[in-house]
Design a protein. Structure first.
Lengths: 123, 378
């Protein structure tokens, strides 16, 4: 069953961000359940300037592929190399070990709280 | 309109993710696509294929009716054997690819893809006119359960007491009436995964009992229920065409590399060449180089080509389109992307380096033979 941790905020494209500085970004378990087994992650490199709402990478599963949209604007300061090396961790623990990257935020995009995202994911 | 398999409650109880497939609510996966795929390669998988269409053709003229309706030679099909064949249009393009079983001299069953079951039924009924045969749709009453993988024989034998020898001796693409759970069922040694396996045609009311019995017997041997996602990646590794991807109403069997199923040598009772729907168009193309040919592609990068992506003649700036991907995925067994694609003949030789436009960026691929995967012979 999909979970919607209350301490996170979400995008309509199924990314999550936490409230740390720099902020950690991942994809939700609603996304991983829809994708199936993730086999390849393409993430921006450290130092990349990203813009909220822009496509910044890809998440590919055996069955399909999905674009990754940046929830925020800012500078990528870290990417999860362990997840790039073994993307199955994103399926296993999308809100923990399966985080994707950390961004020093200059501006936020449109973010939803857990209840609003849950309503959207259920729709 | 969504059709429901008689096993829907089983899938729901197993926590399956369901998907709409050809108007049917079918299991896409139960847990993990890769785990289900791997289980079929290493042990066994249990599939619900109840969405497939089963159409009986019965009567003294049944074989002749099918000789006329299909491109294959069904008069020559022995009782107890099955054959892969195609239903073509007058212009030679493929309406559906089917498996035909001969259960008795005057009794055949044609198994059609779910998406085409209605049109195959209508075409067969029309094409059988004038022959002493009638066409009966059994789809609504028939469930189909497949057990695929190296442990299949043990698992099916476990639910068919005393039938191990019959099952063991059943050749590939043969069928028999086998006593399963106390009922006679049509069981065939066929499949769509590249592994050894069986398909069991079961009346709807028995389907859930059979499903549970196979799961119970097979789980200790490594059997898992497997969904359509695994079925698709398994058939792609095995280089098997999927209607709507490699085959459609713009494609002839020759382009798909399946010209061997077209039997121009079939004759009527007097030894004269037998006419069949599509014969003239197909004969005109026989031996000619098709404008495009189906090839296997191995991805040299990590991003997989997917159905519909353009094939280009390299990864350089200004590369031109030379074809189109029909199916593609990261291969769970091989660990690299694989794809089937139609390309122009000039770039179809094994070893040719090409590119695939994967969402705006060309990924390098190489033409390779398919099947991509062949099971170890033991």
């Amino acid at each position: 069953m999909a979970t919607f941790p209350a301490n996170l905020r979400y995008t309509a494209e199924h990314e999550w961000v936490d409230d740390s500085v720099p902020t950690t970004i991942g994809i939700t378990d609603t996304a991983t359940e829809a994708l199936g087994d993730i086999v390849y992650l393409e993430l921006p490199s450290v130092g990349t300037e990203v813009e909220a709402g822009a496509v910044i990478g890809e998440v590919e599963s055996t069955k399909s592929v999905s674009e990754l949209f940046s929830p925020v604007s800012g500078t990528v300061v870290e990417v999860n190399q362990a997840a790039i090396d073994d993307p199955s961790v994103v399926n296993a623990d999308p809100y923990g070990e399966g985080w994707l990257m950390k961004v020093q935020v200059s501006a936020e995009g449109e973010l939803l709280d857990a209840a609003a995202y849950e309503a959207l994911a259920a729709g | 309109m969504t059709a429901q398999t008689p096993l829907l409650a089983e899938h729901e109880a197993l926590g399956a993710t369901l998907t709409d497939f050809a108007g049917w609510q079918m299991p896409l996966r139960y847990t993990s696509d890769i785990a289900e795929h791997t289980a079929v390669r290493e042990a066994a998988g249990l599939f619900d294929l109840s969405h497939m269409g089963e159409i009986a053709v019965i009567g003294p003229g049944a074989a002749r009716a099918l000789d006329h309706a299909l491109v294959g030679n069904l008069t020559a099909l022995a009782v107890g054997r099955a054959r892969y064949s195609m239903l073509c249009q007058e212009d030679g393009a493929v309406i559906d690819d089917v498996v035909v079983y001969r259960l008795a001299p005057e009794r055949f069953v044609v198994v059609a893809n779910a998406s085409n079951a209605a049109v195959v039924l209508a075409e067969l009924a029309q094409r059988a006119q004038g022959f002493d045969a009638h066409v009966v749709d059994m789809s609504a009453d028939t469930a189909l359960v497949a057990v695929q993988g190296p442990r299949s024989l043990e698992i099916v034998s476990a639910v068919a007491p005393g039938q191990h020898r019959v099952l063991d001796e059943l050749p590939y693409y043969a069928s028999a009436t086998v006593r399963v759970l106390g009922h006679d069922m049509l069981v065939s040694r066929t499949g769509y995964t590249g592994e050894d396996g069986f398909e069991l045609y079961v009346p709807n009311p028995l389907a859930a009992r059979l499903w549970r019995a196979l799961l119970e017997a097979g789980t200790p041997l490594g059997l898992v229920p497997a969904g359509l996602a695994a079925r698709d990646s398994l058939r792609l590794e095995a280089g098997m065409p999927l209607y709507g991807h490699e085959l459609d109403r713009t494609t002839t069997p020759f382009e798909a590399g399946l010209g061997r199923v077209v039997r121009f040598d079939k004759t009527d009772d007097d030894g004269a060449p037998l006419d069949f729907v599509g014969r003239a168009a197909l004969e005109a193309r026989k031996g000619a180089q098709p404008a495009r040919v189906l090839v296997g592609l191995q991805g040299l990068g990590r991003r997989a080509a997917r159905a519909g992506y353009p094939v280009v003649n390299g990864t350089h700036e200004g590369a031109v389109v030379v074809g189109s991907v029909t199916s593609g995925a990261p291969s769970p067994t091989l660990g690299h992307p694989i794809a089937l694609a139609y390309v122009t003949p000039e770039v179809s030789a094994v070893g040719t380096e090409l590119g695939v436009d994967v969402r705006g960026r060309a990924e390098p691929v190489r033409v390779v033979p398919f099947p991509f995967y062949r099971r170890p012979q033991g």
